[in-house]
Design a protein around this ligand. Structure first.
Ligand code: AVJ
Length: 328
């Protein structure tokens, strides 16, 4: 980590592994096996996610990047000149840079507070940004969304632009999404703005291709969860005995990712002293990625007590970027 950053971390290394073990035990003991998607993002997983963003099929990142590129100046024009930047789930910072540059065009210095679950992603993006923008002040916050939320009220006194990009909101159940936005809203001052990137419902083939890239990067990303269990919890998952599945569930308006067992098998995880049986064809549900219609999205913001002042999109309306203020 670069000297100029002072880290705030909500984590202790030991409790991290214990929490992973507890979540794996709980998820794999359910009648419908489940593992939380937050565990995708170890060092290797974060790299794989970056690689997903570069695949031709994953339109999400590219589309949002283009929208931000075209509109960064109009977005920051809505904010006071001394606004600082806070970001939930920053990951790789290429989209954030567009806003950092737009903000630095208007003022000499800028504070940036990325909140992320991946310490490796935080560290590498912070040091890159510091090298690139000498007038930028970076304070990384290693935390999950809800824990990181606290820092919204403590880190900055002045006006802020809060970023929640990449359709990370799609990982929440719709009710959780309302809850999360509401929690942000209660910590916003009247002059603060929230920018949310949302992936929209679209042609099924386009949606499913984005999660089934030909190169197999998404499959590798999904299977990395099992690799992680093997490494960190002393498991014996045979990665060749599972395959990646990603399907759009139209009733729930979400892409579901699963890992399907290709044979009847028993897997043991030593650190929790457990064995889990898998029938051939049985799956572990590893991720939901909700896709929104404009109607559902408008309802989400209203329910969260947020007022949308502007929305930007691409020519196909694949993706929207929404600027929100707290409703008075
Ligand atoms: C980072 C949650 C937005 O749901 O599209 C990409 C994660 N999973 N490919 C998404 C992901 C598989 C991504 N989010």
């Amino acid at each position: 980590m670069h000297d100029a950053t002072r880290d705030i971390s909500a984590y202790e290394e030991i409790s991290l592994v214990e929490e992973f073990a507890a979540d794996v035990l709980q998820g794999l003991s359910l009648p419908k096996k489940y593992l939380p998607p937050k565990y995708f993002y170890d060092g290797r997983g974060s790299k794989l996610f970056e690689a997903i963003c570069l695949t031709p099929e994953y339109y999400v990142t590219r589309t949002e990047h283009n929208i931000l590129c075209r509109n960064a100046d109009s977005i920051v024009a809505k904010l006071p000149k001394d606004a600082s930047l806070v970001e939930f789930g920053s990951g790789n910072s290429s989209k954030t840079r567009l806003l950092i540059e737009a903000l630095l065009r208007r003022s000499r210095s800028l504070k940036y507070h990325p909140i992320d679950i991946s310490s490796s992603a935080l560290a590498s993006s912070a040091s890159e940004l510091l090298q690139h923008y000498p007038s930028l002040e970076v304070r990384t916050i290693h935390a999950e969304y809800f824990d990181g939320m606290e820092s919204l009220s403590t880190i900055t006194k002045g006006p802020k632009l809060i970023l929640f990009l990449g359709s990370n909101i799609g990982n929440f159940e719709p009710a959780e999404a309302v809850n999360f936005l509401r929690e942000i809203r209660t910590r916003m001052n009247p002059e603060d703005r929230l920018l949310v990137g949302v992936d929209m419902v679209k042609d099924l083939a386009v949606l499913e291709a984005a999660y089934n890239d030909a190169e197999g990067v998404t499959a590798e990303f999904n299977l990395n969860l099992l690799r992680r269990i093997n490494c960190e919890l002393d498991g014996n998952f045979d990665l060749d005995a599972f395959r990646h599945l990603a399907l759009f569930n139209p009733a729930k308006s979400r892409i579901e990712m699963h890992l399907e067992s290709l044979v009847d098998q028993t897997v043991s995880i030593k650190s929790i002293d457990k064995e889990f049986m898998f029938a051939r064809g049985e799956t572990i549900h590893t991720e939901n990625s909700y896709k929104y219609t404009e109607d559902k999205l408008a309802g989400l913001f209203v329910d969260a007590g947020l007022e949308r002042s502007e929305q930007w999109s691409d020519e196909h309306r694949y993706f929207t970027v929404n600027l929100l203020s707290p409703k008075r």
